[in-house]
Write a protein that binds this ligand. Structure first.
Ligand code: DC
Length: 230
């Protein structure tokens, strides 16, 4: 069967990673979480003192980029793909609040985007890939055969994110999480380089009132329709 590229974009905590991962598993494609790559660069910048009071030292970070390697380790016993920063498993650290609070500022740096987009495009060369992020259907793979834009209200996304963080034992409150989501939405949609925007040919999935299962089925149906039309 002919392989395609699937691009899934949307707001933070819209549930796009979960459904993208699930689709990849069900159809035997490679899954790439592009947000994890921006998060790993952010962790690197934090660990090397390149971020102070939310301000990123763009020059130092840009100069350090060639020495930053981000790879993925296939899902192990826990069923989750792990992100490696220069060979070190950082899957847990890149999801904490400190990284979440700073990642949008790192993701708006043109040098960072340029480098990560190039790595992401290499993953797509052989097709058979599902990638999720903010600019996958617009910038990384403008020719992707299947594009999806996931939408959900900030309140619903904050509720889901809070649950996720609580399960990990992090102490945060709803207002704090909602505030973080609103700030990230604003930065993601208004930045100069590759802002979050629906590609003209993307299929919209508004998942405020959908269960995980319904979303997965919707995605799989769309995938089969598109592959069969090819
Ligand atoms: O999907 P996520 O919340 O893990 O993404 C983390 C941040 O990375 C998010 O604030 C925006 C940024 N990002 C981006 O700018 N472009 C992408 N393709 C993916 C993520």
């Amino acid at each position: 069967m002919k392989k395609i590229v699937v691009a899934i974009d949307g707001y933070s905590s819209s549930g796009k990673s979960t459904m993208a991962r699930e689709l990849a598993r069900r159809v035997g494609y490679v899954y790439v979480d592009s947000g994890a790559m921006y998060r790993a660069v952010t962790l690197y910048a934090l660990e090397h003192g390149m971020i102070e009071n939310g301000k990123v030292d763009r020059e130092r970070l840009a100069a350090a980029l060639p020495g930053i390697s981000i790879t993925f380790e296939p899902a192990g016993a826990d069923g989750v793909q792990h992100t490696l920063l220069n060979g070190r498993d950082v899957e847990r650290e890149i999801r904490d609040m400190q990284v979440s609070e700073n990642v949008s500022r790192v993701a708006e740096i043109p040098e960072v985007r340029e480098r990560l987009v190039r790595i992401q495009q290499e993953y797509g060369v052989r097709k058979g890939i599902v990638m999720d992020g903010r600019d996958i259907g617009t910038t990384v793979f403008p020719d992707a055969e299947m594009k999806v834009f996931v939408d959900a209200s900030p309140e619903e996304r904050a509720r889901r994110r809070l649950l996720e963080l609580e399960q990990k034992g992090e102490k945060v409150n709803y207002e704090e999480v909602l505030d973080n989501i609103r700030t990230r939405d604003r930065i993601d949609t208004t930045r100069a380089v590759s802002p979050l925007r629906k590609a003209d040919d993307a299929h919209v999935l508004d998942n405020d009132h959908m269960t995980h299962r319904e979303q997965s089925e919707w995605l799989l149906n769309l995938f089969h329709t598109i592959v069969n039309e090819k």
